[in-house]
Design a binder for this molecule. Structure first.
Ligand SMILES: C[S@@+](CC[C@H](N)C(=O)[O-])C[C@H]1O[C@@H](n2cnc3c(N)ncnc32)[C@H](O)[C@@H]1O
Length: 201
């Protein structure tokens, strides 16, 4: 199945680089058509994707049909049981804003093994002057890079408008994921990374 570049796949290299080792168990939340899962599977022991959109799940299952250790679940991340085994890496690209923020972060925290890593690439709403200035400053460079990279849509992708600002996401994440790192990123995205402590506080 096809490879393509867009403002979400632009972050795939750093997410794939975050796979901790060849035996790692990885969960991708809101996996869409499974392109990230396919890339993660090249470095991980097993990969699980979840998405409530049936068309996305059909595409992802087809993409991963010949990939050993890959599974795509059809469902809502917040209502799905993942079995006993926790994950060494959880990724979530452009999907967190489709879910209630605090419950989704709490569930991600629960599903990580101690020492496991969370890598979120997300969208936020521009609410403050700083948000609008940051977005305005990157709009021309993003347009230029997108032309050069021949930005491609992923047809049929389920999208939603973000509701929380980056400050609101930071406040909520601070209570649930102390010590996380949240940064504004190119392509109108933010990244949130967190490592679950080895010993719970
Ligand atoms: C904008 S798309 C991003 C898809 C993919 N991560 C990518 O980067 O191309 C957001 C995805 O999140 C999925 N999604 C929405 N609500 C979800 C939920 N409760 N649990 C898991 N995935 C969800 C949507 O179905 C959609 O496929």
């Amino acid at each position: 199945m096809s490879e393509y570049w867009n403002h979400n796949t632009a972050f795939h290299p750093e997410l794939v680089a975050a796979v901790p080792g060849p035996g790692a168990r990885v969960l991708d939340i809101g996996c869409g058509d499974g392109l990230l899962l396919q890339r993660l599977s090249a470095r991980a022991g097993s990969v699980v994707g979840i998405d409530p959109d049936e068309a996305a799940v059909v595409s992802a299952r087809s993409r991963l049909a010949k990939t050993p250790g890959a599974e795509v679940l059809h469902g809502d991340f917040l209502r799905t049981e993942f079995g006993e085994s926790p994950f060494d890496l959880i990724t979530c690209v452009a999907a967190l804003h489709h879910m209630p923020l605090a419950p989704a972060l709490e569930r991600m925290e629960e599903l990580l093994t101690p020492g496991g890593k969370l890598h979120i690439v997300g969208l936020s709403e521009n609410k403050t002057i700083a948000d609008h200035l940051a977005a305005a400053a990157m709009s021309v460079p993003v347009m230029v890079v997108s032309r050069i990279r021949r930005q491609s849509a992923y047809p049929g992708m389920v999208i939603a408008e973000p509701k929380e600002s980056i400050d609101e996401i930071r406040t909520t994440a601070s209570a649930i994921l102390p010590g996380h790192r949240l940064r504004r990123r190119f392509h109108f995205r933010y990244s949130l990374t967190w490592t679950k402590p080895l010993v719970s506080a």
